[in-house]
Write a protein that binds this ligand. Structure first.
Ligand code: 4AD
Ligand code: MG
Length: 460
């Protein structure tokens, strides 16, 4: 049976017989033996293998080049070398797949841009192995956090007819032949003849469906891919990204903010505990400030300011921002980062945004001018969470839908939640890749998702 490199490196005692399988990172030859470093992605480090020149297989050692796959049988023994506890003395080895000299991941510093072009091979690098191990753990921790608290996991549909955020950034889903679409009398494309009998899209958010379940099971969450056709080529936007959306019945904005804060802190603590070696690697090679920043977030309560207060702080800052701060308008990434990185120097929750700049479903505050919305901003990223208390009053919601130029009949089921046993409820969305960027220090969202989908890019 195969022993993973991780298990071998953490062995409690020597092993008389071990089978290792992995990829050669490096090889050094001397007259009488060769040293190989073999890694299988189970952990950051490779294990050292010693192949004696007297082995019958030794004639093939020249095939054990960087990137080649190899199977080694031998003994796990205490290492005499420095920096490692165990090494493997091979009794036999077999080259499974050669990697000729054009193997793109030769052991030298590659740029992140280059590695994106070989996204099919980059998981074999130290950095991406670590990023994707942490990604996996983070997903597990997210489920654990909610499951431990009695939240029910809901699978929201990927294909939908509703634009939750109302931003018109949806990818169309259709089986209509673009060259010969069926047309109605008025010449417009006739969507009644499309696959679903109406226009459909990839979802931008599972929230509306999560609300359905919260209004039945009380506490639930979604965790799945979401899609946005925003043509913003930034380091924090992807066209396909994963989002976690808890939805809590009998909850207001304050409870929502408390949960968001507890959640973010929990995830940081979990990753630090369970991916210590990988986080150490990030803090050495990706972001020297990482550990200090994570400590900071764990120790400090998040600052909470209203949108109005935030605007006042920005106007008083004396900063000349690229985009001027205008009361009543959306905060730009640079404004958000100023608040969290420079002014408060801590994660910051901004709440009570102007109603005019927010989607139809957010609850109107008593002032009639603002809604019970919140964004959580963190240093280095800006917005990591967006959420709100939902409008649970039928008439107010109907008015909002009309005001946003949406058709009430398209949201009949959403309105029914307010017709029958309506309850105050609230929720938020955490961008999974942004959270991963935050805990790893990785600066570009393209490096936090296995295969990035961004404007102009859908390779792999
Ligand atoms: O603020 P957003 O748009 O909120 C919603 O979609 C709500 N329906 C959530 C809810 O209340 N259930 O998105 C939530 C988070 C953002 O804070 C950000 O972290 C992430 O999703 N996000 C993106 N991440 C990567 N690429 C994009 N294009 C993103 N757009 C949003
Ligand atoms: Mg948002």
């Amino acid at each position: 049976m195969r022993t993973s490199v991780k298990a071998a490196l953490h062995a409690e005692a020597p092993l008389d017989s071990i089978l290792l399988q992995g990829w050669v990172r490096t090889r050094r030859d001397s007259k009488t033996f060769s040293f190989l470093e073999v890694n299988d992605g189970s952990c950051l480090k490779g294990i050292q293998v010693i192949a004696d020149a007297a082995l019958p297989d030794y004639a093939h050692i020249h095939q054990a080049t960087t990137g080649a796959s190899i199977e080694v049988r031998g003994q796990l023994v205490a290492s005499k070398g420095q920096g490692q506890k165990w090494e493997v003395v091979a009794s036999s080895f077999k080259i499974l797949g050669e990697a000729p000299a054009d193997y793109p991941l030769q052991k030298k510093g590659h740029t992140l841009e280059f590695l994106r072009e070989i996204a099919h091979l980059r998981p074999r690098s130290n950095l991406f192995g670590a990023v994707f191990r942490v990604r996996s753990r983070l997903a597990y921790a997210i489920h654990q956090f909610f499951q431990d608290r009695g939240f029910v996991y809901v699978h929201a549909p990927i294909i939908t007819a509703s634009d939750c955020e109302g931003a018109g950034e949806m990818f169309r889903v259709t089986t209509i032949d673009p060259a010969q679409p069926p047309r109605g009398k008025d010449g417009a494309v006739d969507h009644t003849q499309d696959f679903f009998g109406k226009p459909t899209y990839l979802t931008v958010s599972g929230q509306l469906e999560a609300e359905v379940f919260a209004c039945a099971l009380s506490n639930c969450y979604t965790f799945g891919p979401t899609f946005r056709a925003e043509n913003s080529n930034t380091s924090r936007h992807a066209a396909e990204f994963w989002m976690i959306e808890p939805e809590i019945a009998f909850c207001d904005l304050r409870g929502n903010m408390d949960l968001a804060e507890e959640f973010v802190k929990y995830l940081i603590r979990d990753v630090r505990t369970h991916c210590a070696e990988d986080v150490e690697f990030f803090s050495k090679f990706v972001d020297k400030e990482l550990n200090a920043r994570l400590d900071f977030v764990l120790e400090k309560p998040f600052q909470r300011v209203t949108y109005d207060e935030a605007v006042e702080i920005l106007l008083q800052s004396g900063r000349s921002f690229e985009f001027p701060v205008v009361a009543g308008q959306n905060l730009q990434a640079e404004h958000e980062r100023y608040l969290t990185e420079e002014h408060f120097k801590s994660p910051t929750t901004v709440y009570n945004y102007p109603k005019a700049i927010k989607p139809f479903y957010m609850r109107t505050n008593e002032d009639g001018r603002t809604v019970a919305a919140m964004d959580v901003l963190v240093p280095g990223i800006g917005e990591i969470i967006g959420g709100s208390q939902r409008e649970e009053r039928l008439e107010v919601l109907q008015e909002n839908i009309r005001h946003h130029g949406m058709a009430e009949k398209d949201y009949w089921w959403y309105l029914d939640l307010r017709r029958y046993g309506s309850v105050p409820h609230a929720g938020f969305g955490l961008g999974f890749e942004r959270m991963l960027m935050f805990v790893t220090g990785v600066g570009n969202i393209r490096d936090a998702i296995p295969f990035a989908r961004t404007p102009g890019t859908a390779e792999f």
